[in-house]
Design a protein around this ligand. Structure first.
Ligand code: OAD
Length: 243
């Protein structure tokens, strides 16, 4: 990773850093990336056919059972060295905003403070009618009902075609717009508006870094690329900062 020293220097020099993570950072925890998520019983379903309001309206039980399966999977997973190194880098830097597209809560479990949850959180549930958070037993075959109004309960995640929660969107736009260094980790950079955050930083003339073992549409525009798994790259970066 020849660019590691350069990235460590850029991190030291930047007053504001913005990090965007995608499902690749949780791959080393055994959580399949979004596009690889279909396994076993779910192999015949496309995620884009399950993570939509239309799918929930058409077949709420199937969508609910898929999220139940994913909730169990992430509950059994542990934060990996990438999550831990990033949390440590954030407390060392003091001005590092973390935006995640992941709904698994692993950054939070690694002790990362103030995570901007761009696509919600799978461990929360919402009243499907009013959009308010509800507390229910969600280990069920069928969607539970809202204790207040009796409407079905849905997972507290953002589905395709839905808006990003306003508070998260504002915080993310602010972080991307004010940073000097933007680092995208483990994201295919294909889903907007998240993928557009790097473009905001780039249009402001800021440095954009990609950490991903594979090329993405962002690669051609990145100022610096670490072609490595997130756990390896972030642990090495933390070490380089400490040296
Ligand atoms: P994707 O599944 O689209 O992309 C995962 C990325 O992680 C790919 O570019 C992989 O190369 C990379 N990757 C795999 N293993 C890695 C590792 N060990 N370290 C680092 N990178 C690794 O997931 P996202 O980009 O997160 O949205 O997808 C973005 C959004 O699309 C998701 O939040 C979800 C999905 O559709 C909604 O549900 C609205």
């Amino acid at each position: 990773m020849k660019d590691l020293t350069e990235l460590a220097r850029a991190l030291r020099e930047a007053t504001h850093v913005c990090v965007l993570t995608g499902s690749g950072i949780s791959a080393e925890s055994g959580v399949p990336t979004f596009r690889d998520a279909q396994q076993g019983l779910w192999a015949r379903h496309e995620p884009t056919d399950l993570a939509t309001p239309e799918a929930f309206a058409r077949d709420p039980d199937t969508v609910w059972q898929w999220y139940r399966w994913r909730r169990r999977l992430v509950a059994e997973a542990e934060p990996n060295p990438g999550h831990h190194a990033l949390a440590e880098l954030a407390s060392w830097h003091g001005n590092l905003a973390l935006i995640t597209q992941n709904v698994d809560g692993l950054h939070q479990r690694a002790g990362h403070p103030d995570v901007i949850e761009f696509h919600g959180n799978i461990h929360r549930n919402l009243c499907h009618r009013e959009g308010k958070p509800v507390t229910v037993d969600d280990d069920t075959e069928r969607p539970p009902t809202c204790p207040q109004c009796g409407a079905p309960v849905r997972p507290g995640v953002v589905w395709f075609g839905e808006s990003i929660p306003q508070k998260a969107l504002d915080a993310a736009l602010d972080a991307a717009g004010s940073c000097e260094l933007f680092i995208a980790i483990g994201t295919s950079a294909t889903v907007y508006p998240a993928a557009g955050l790097a473009e905001i930083a780039r249009d402001n003339g800021r440095s954009v870094v990609e950490i991903n073992p594979d090329a993405t549409p962002m690669s051609d525009h990145a100022d610096l690329i670490l072609r490595a798994p997130a756990g390896e790259a972030l642990s090495a970066l933390l070490q380089a900062i400490k040296d």
